[in-house]
Design a protein around this ligand. Structure first.
Ligand code: HEM
Length: 524
């Protein structure tokens, strides 16, 4: 929730808006609310002065010790509910889903950048439900998910072989893996090189848009009147950056879509999420303007929402394997014993590799890719545990705090897959981080099964074939990286070094066979 404004901006804006805020605050405080506990507020700013610009999830988790798992704060006059336990998150966003499934109005993004309707920003209405059905048809259907296996397997072959060639670029290789899987599924586009034009452009676009500020966190989100500021006025700089973001996002939506449409006119094309959506909407080959907006936006969103999140889990895996080599060794022994050395593990082995499963869970828990989730919004006034929750409050799930619950996860900062071993069914379900890292209720991540299968497949394949180890400094001392993650919507892993070497000649042959098999059996 960084506000991204400087002191000059604040002075100008303050004088313009103080009166409006005063009226707003008066309206809120005279409603006789019994609000949930939270740090005390000051006039005008509310709690803004107490919310740090970095690692907000950690401050919110500290507040939890004092105020509990449901905390009320205001930033300027906007009401926020910070929800820090799985129980409260499920009570509100799952059991009361009819009220808690909207999104807050992200003004900067919606009015300046992604100006056409986009599912992730939509309220839970009929249009949203139609798009959600498209995602369900392509991402939550067992048979369809199985149809993606050949793409995942081909890309794992390329990932492993790139890791053998240039292990120092492991982060780019992982990124390429996720990008290639998503582009194939979204558009049927096959990535053949790390310099794939679309992938590079898409990454730049996402970085440009992310740099504008986190969700609903820029000053204009708090003071909508700022959108009318002329561009010469202090405080209006966001407009210029947003225009650039919009140009890039529009191109990211148009380019792969137009390429596919052109190909469809002259040739038969590979089935993909986009062709599936086009089949759903066009009965006589024609599309309405809204249909086209929805198809283009949904395909682009699939890529934008799917790449950095999964990539964060896989780079977290590499970091954990570097810091905790004994975990990798234990998993390798399990794979060698159960799967053997003559083939790579596949998803049919998942149930018989419990330690690998525990590693995947610990990866999600240790560094949840979206530490503060994606906020929901409560439609109407509500009451929870005797407290009033004002309609329109932004609901922020503190996923990071859930992952640090020491009653469930003793010594939570340690990467310890053993915490998931030997549990009964009840405890297994209670501790499973997939209950919160993918969000809640009707807005839960539709890509979770695909993401989880990719994370598992890559984890098992790397462990089966590679030794991830510690690099050495000039003096020959091992470099043990610190677990350090970036601040922001996505908790990217900070750069670190490691070594990655094939485990054996046999592992090298397995990788070569996989690559050769994919080349001989192209996916049609
Ligand atoms: C480890 C990987 C991933 C994580 C941790 C993750 C996490 C999340 C979270 C926390 C949300 C917000 C849910 C909520 O509002 O309660 C979300 C939404 C979403 N995710 Fe994912 N995600 C991942 C991978 C993917 C993939 C691979 C795709 C696409 C194939 C995807 C597509 C989406 C979409 C479209 C939404 C918006 C849903 C809506 O607004 O209703 N995600 N994800």
């Amino acid at each position: 929730m960084s506000t991204g404004f400087n002191r000059t901006d604040a002075l100008v804006i303050t004088s313009l808006l103080f009166l409006i805020l005063l009226i707003n605050r008066l309206a809120l405080s005279t409603r006789g609310h019994r609000l949930p506990p939270g740090p005390s507020r000051i006039p005008f700013l509310g709690n803004l002065h107490q919310v740090p610009l970095v690692d907000q999830q950690k401050t919110f988790a500290e507040w939890m010790q004092k105020y509990g798992d449901v905390i009320y704060i205001e930033l300027f006059s906007k009401p926020f509910l910070i929800v820090s336990s799985v129980q409260a998150a499920q009570d509100l966003m799952e059991k009361r889903a009819s009220k808690y499934s909207d999104r807050p109005y992200f003004l900067l993004l919606r009015e300046f950048v992604m100006t056409k309707p986009l599912m992730i920003f939509m309220s839970y209405d009929n249009r949203y439900r139609r798009l959600r059905r498209w995602y369900q048809g392509s991402l939550e259907n067992k048979a369809v998910l199985e149809g993606y296996r050949p793409v995942q397997t081909r890309e794992i072959g390329r990932l492993l072989s790139s890791l053998m060639e240039t292990s120092e670029d492991f982060i780019s290789h992982i990124k390429r893996f996720n990008g290639a899987v998503m582009l194939d599924i979204a558009y049927g586009h096959r990535v053949t090189s790390v310099d794939d034009e679309f992938m590079i452009f898409a990454d730049k676009t996402i970085a440009t848009i992310t740099a504008l500020g986190s969700f609903a966190a820029t000053l204009v989100d708090f003071f909508p009147i700022m959108k009318y500021l002329p561009s010469w006025m202090p405080g209006s700089g966001f407009k210029k950056q947003a225009v650039r973001g919009k140009e890039m996002w529009d191109a990211m939506e148009d380019i792969p879509y137009q390429k596919l449409r052109n190909a469809m006119e002259s040739d038969s094309v590979k089935r993909s999420f986009t062709t599936f959506m086009l089949d759903e909407v066009s009965h006589d080959g024609k599309l309405t303007e809204d249909d086209e907006i929805d198809v283009k936006g949904s395909a682009t969103l699939m890529y934008a929402a799917g790449v950095d999140t999964s990539m964060t889990s896989l780079s977290t895996l590499m970091l954990a394997m570097t810091i905790y080599p004994e975990v990798a060794r234990k998993a390798q022994a399990e794979i060698d014993q159960v799967v053997g050395l003559s083939r790579l593990p596949d998803l049919s082995d998942r149930d018989v590799l419990p330690y690998v499963e525990s590693i995947v869970k610990e990866v999600y828990r240790w560094n949840p890719p979206a530490p503060l989730g994606v906020p929901h919004c409560v439609r109407d006034d509500d009451n929870y545990r005797g407290y009033d929750i004002p309609g329109g409050s932004m609901i922020v799930p503190n996923v990071w705090a859930m992952s640090r619950d020491s009653a469930l996860y003793p010594d939570p900062e340690a990467f310890r897959p053993e915490r998931f071993e030997g549990l009964d069914a009840n405890a297994t379900s209670l501790l499973d981080p997939r209950k919160y890292v993918f969000g809640f209720g009707r807005r839960i991540c539709p890509g979770r099964y695909l993401a989880d299968s990719s994370v598992w497949l890559v984890t098992a394949s790397i462990l089966a074939t590679m030794n991830v180890g510690r690099a050495r400094d000039a003096a020959g001392h091992e470099i043990v990286p610190a677990p350090s993650f970036k601040n922001g919507i996505i908790s990217h892993v900070d750069p670190f070094v490691c070594t990655i070497l094939p485990r054996s000649e046999r592992a090298v042959r397995l990788i070569e066979e996989l690559v050769a098999h994919s080349a001989e059996n192209p996916i049609v």
